[in-house]
Design a protein around this ligand. Structure first.
Ligand code: B3K
Ligand code: ZN
Length: 861
């Protein structure tokens, strides 16, 4: 059954209707076989809507038999289509038994039941359960599952599903049968099954009420030692959720399985998380500081879903941000508490300013609660997730931590065991706080990035400081008119005598003036501390003001942000023709030297202050993205700084300690600053020896990758040789080879095309593995602007070929790959045409998946 035979009808949020039938219990049995798995479901079905036909979703299923209350149904009793099964006439309450057959081995979309190497595993969110069994595949049908799994005991020593194991036996022929029962009613997207052979790492966790929870982590054979960090991170997450939100785990066992084939990061299936092995396995030799950070944050994220997502789930998929925005917010708060709050926040802000602002300005623009969806998998976006988290963060800023926590408690108590909506969440927050959130709720329905323009005026006679704030949101592809939003604007006033004052303004109108009396002298205003609202800021600060903020603001994020604004301005000046040496003044160089000589207590912040904004962030500051001008300004400023600060970088490098590798915040910060120095030093051939030495002496992946990236970005002659050595050394390790693939793909040199072609032949590369495909092609299209946006169109063509090849294999991943092409309108005429040509070629292909079709058709004129 091919994709094109399924329908292409987009659903609208307003069309929601409560389920016509509910299903209270489900007994699901699997007889595993790679090409002919038999699945049997026994369901207790109850009618909720008089007269309605029973409609069950189902795709890529072979129907074997249906019985209703023990009576076998023949073909005239049901209608079978590419999208499901309809039983027009059924009683009000009955037992339905359906048997289907599926072929996990042939399932390359990695949705439903599939094989990750020799392991059977499932991915049901958003709508993958319909590839396992005919069922109302929607999150508001919750039922209790009992699952039976049968497979050969020797080949599959572990047969896992959600909840508690209730029986386990092996028959005389070596067939193992295991039964699981999950006492918590759940939607089918949280169902999971795993069968395979693993190394098992175990631990336990005593909850705040004294219950003993068994923790089990399943990893590839031989990888047990690499699972330890993830397991410890899980325990930290469990403790943190108790301490911060008083939320305790609810089953006696918590399992995490790492698999090598997975479409995204991980999945929060009740009691049985399934993870992309990239976000579980780590040791110093093969994982970077960034990998460790991601593992801790994703382990936390999936764990936190147990309350925000599983105990209270979503009524329909339009409400996705209800669980995702909230859970990203929770994982961000967890990461902030585990490591550096400033660094975590800076990372989050960078993502909003680059990818999320870009999405708002693209044909895929949507509110955090989308209005229209054809393929749900296309809406697991940076808007729903990360802007969604910003919306939750604004709520916390407005209500204060305590009232926010009470609101969350009320929401979870009120809706425990239910499928809820974003409105339910807002209502609970409102009821717990007494705050009127009517206007705030607009954040859920309005798309686009507000532009906040601020002006300050000081009257020395009256001692009044007037702050004028104006907001405007431009029309987006999905929505023509916009309203004023409620924006929490956190401000710090810096006075000449070093005193300071903090203030939170709530902007509710298109324009508002706030007048502060009794202000002795004119302060420098730090706007949008902690990035208190996800907006683009236009302010009149002078470059002197910005440097003062960068040196003195009490919030590290604000200091970094001031430098980002400062760098952006200088880059723009160079783009407009100013000479670099006039833009990067002697005063600035002196200040940067001072920072390098006496780095702040937070070394990582010093590194961030000296990091230029990346291409994507700069791109979002322009309506038409001047690709070449941005790239050339960036590289000339980088070179100039390297020359001006050549001794300062070397000295800083020498002064910094080089402790044995541990993933620990202080050491991460030291490495971050050392690597910043190396990234500038790589610009100068005179430092090749230093870089080479660093590469050779590195005893951990963080240091190794830092040298590789520094030399690659600088176009250093050292790079090809180091890269080849790296590929040689790690050819046996697929996860590390992903780093090598990405290093090849993000090389700004013209040789990148030959490099990518060669890597497709590498024995670790496979079109069926999303990690490999992303490492080569997402890295190329999203992190190699020089080559992707080549004026001869070779970059776009390379991506087009990859998408064409991938779409029949894995639509979810192919639809992600197409993202950079969708923004064709943002470029100059030549590039527009080339990108459009690529999109039109895609559109003309027969058999395009719904995933790709939705994105391509939204972007075409
Ligand atoms: N809920 C899953 C994402 C499912 C994506 C489906 N295409 C992971 C997460 O956000 O925790
Ligand atoms: Zn999530």
């Amino acid at each position: 059954m091919s994709a094109q035979t399924t329908n292409r009808i987009a659903r609208s949020r307003h069309d929601y209707q409560a389920p016509a039938f509910t299903i209270k219990t489900m007994q699901l049995s699997f007889n595993l076989h790679s090409t002919a798995t038999r699945v049997t479901a026994v369901m207790q079905v109850n009618r909720e809507t008089p007269g309605a036909a029973l409609q069950l979703d189902g795709q890529h299923l072979t129907l074997i038999a249906i019985t209703l209350d023990g009576r076998k149904l023949s073909a005239e009793h049901y209608q079978l289509s590419a999208d499901g099964l309809v039983l027009p006439e059924v009683p009000d309450s009955f037992e339905l038994c359906i048997e289907t057959e599926i072929a996990p081995q042939h399932n390359t979309a990695l949705e439903g039941l599939y094989m990750a190497g020799n392991t059977y595993c499932t991915q049901c969110e958003a709508e993958g359960f319909r590839r396992i069994m005919f069922f109302p595949d929607r999150p508001d049908v919750l039922c209790q599952y009992t699952v039976t799994i049968k497979a050969d005991a020797k080949t599959y020593p572990y047969l896992l599903s959600n909840g508690n194991k209730i029986s386990d036996h092996i028959d005389e022929l070596g067939l193992r049968t295991v039964q699981w029962h999950d006492p918590f009613p759940k939607p089918c997207y949280l169902f999971a099954l795993v069968a395979g052979d693993f190394d098992l790492v175990t631990d336990n966790f005593i909850t705040q009420s004294g219950r003993d929870v068994r923790l089990e982590l399943f990893v590839d054979k031989g990888a047990a030692a690499k699972g330890d960090f993830a397991l410890q991170a899980l325990k930290r997450a469990m403790r943190w959720d108790e301490q911060r939100f008083n939320l305790e785990y609810d089953l006696d066992i918590y399992m995490v399985v790492a698999v090598d084939f997975f479409n995204m990061g991980a999945m929060e299936n009740k009691g049985l998380n399934i993870f992309n092995s990239k976000y579980v396995l780590a040791d110093a030799a093969s994982a970077t500081d960034r990998d460790y950070f991601n593992i801790e944050s994703i382990i936390g994220h999936e764990y936190f879903h147990n309350w925000t997502g599983n105990r209270v789930t979503c009524r329909d998929w339009f409400q996705l941000s209800l669980k995702e925005g909230l859970t990203v917010f929770r994982d961000q708060e967890f990461s902030a508490d585990m490591g550096s709050a400033t660094l975590s926040r800076i990372d989050a802000v960078k993502l909003i300013r680059s990818a999320q602002f870009a999405e708002d300005a693209s044909p895929m623009a949507h509110p955090i609660r989308p209005e229209q969806v054809l393929e749900m998998n296309n809406f697991y976006t940076v808007t729903v997730y990360d802007k969604g988290a910003e919306v939750i963060r604004m709520l916390q800023t407005l209500l204060g931590r305590q009232l926010f926590a009470s609101g969350l408690t009320l929401y979870l108590k009120r809706h425990d065991g239910q499928a809820a909506t974003c409105d339910d969440f807002i209502r609970a927050m409102q009821d717990a706080s007494g705050y009127d959130l009517t206007q705030f709720a607009l954040w859920y329905s309005q798309s686009g990035t507000p532009v906040l323009t601020v002006k300050q005026q000081y009257d020395a006679d009256t001692k009044q400081l007037s702050l004028t704030l104006r907001q405007e949101t431009a029309a987006t592809a999905d929505q023509a008119t916009k309203q004023a939003l409620l924006l929490p604007i956190a401000v710090e006033l810096l006075f000449a005598d070093n005193s300071r004052q903090k203030q939170l303004f709530c902007l509710t109108d298109a324009e508002q003036q706030f007048v502060l009396p009794d202000v002795a002298t004119e302060p420098v205003v730090v706007w949008l501390e902690h990035f208190s609202a996800p907006v683009k800021l236009h302010c009149q600060a002078t470059t002197e003001d910005l440097l003062q903020i960068a040196a003195q603001a009490s919030d590290g994020v604000a200091r970094w942000d001031a430098m980002q604004q400062y760098w952006s301005r200088q880059i723009t000046a160079v783009m407009q023709g100013a000479a670099v040496q006039t833009v990067i003044t002697a005063e600035l160089v002196a200040l940067l030297k001072q920072w390098l000589e006496l780095p702040a207590a937070d070394l990582a912040l010093t590194a961030e202050l000296l990091t230029l904004p990346d291409f994507d962030t700069l791109a979002e500051q322009h309506d038409e993205i001047p690709v070449d001008a941005i790239l050339s300004a960036l590289s000339s400023i980088k070179m100039f700084l390297a020359q001006q600060l050549r001794e300062a970088f070397l000295q800083c490098l020498h002064n910094l300690p080089q402790p044995a590798y541990r993933y620990q915040q202080q050491d991460v910060a030291i490495r971050r600053l050392r690597h910043l120095c190396l990234s500038y030093m790589a610009q100068l051939a005179e430092y090749d020896v230093v870089l080479q030495q660093h590469y050779q002496q590195a005893d951990n992946m963080t240091d190794t990758i830092a040298v590789l990236m520094a030399t690659q970005q600088a176009g250093s002659a050292l790079f090809p040789q180091l890269r080849d050595d790296f590929c040689q050394r790690w050819q046996h390790d697929a996860l590390v080879m992903d780093k090598a693939f990405a290093l090849v793909a993000t090389d700004p040199a013209d040789t990148v095309f030959a490099g990518i072609a060669a890597m497709q032949q590498h024995r670790q590369f496979s079109w069926k593995n999303p990690n490999r495909v992303r490492a080569l092609f997402s890295a190329f299209s999203m992190r190699n602007p020089q080559q992707f946006h080549r004026l001869d169109g070779a970059g776009y063509r390379l991506l087009l070929e990859a998408i064409t090849k991938l779409d029949p294999i894995n639509p979810q991943v192919s639809a992600r790959l197409v993202t950079p092409l969708l923004s064709w309108r943002r470029f100059d005429k030549t590039r527009q045409q080339l990108m459009l040509d690529a999109l039109q070629l895609l559109a003309a292909q027969s058999n395009l998946s719904n995933d790709l079709f939705e994105k391509v058709s939204r972007s075409l004129p």
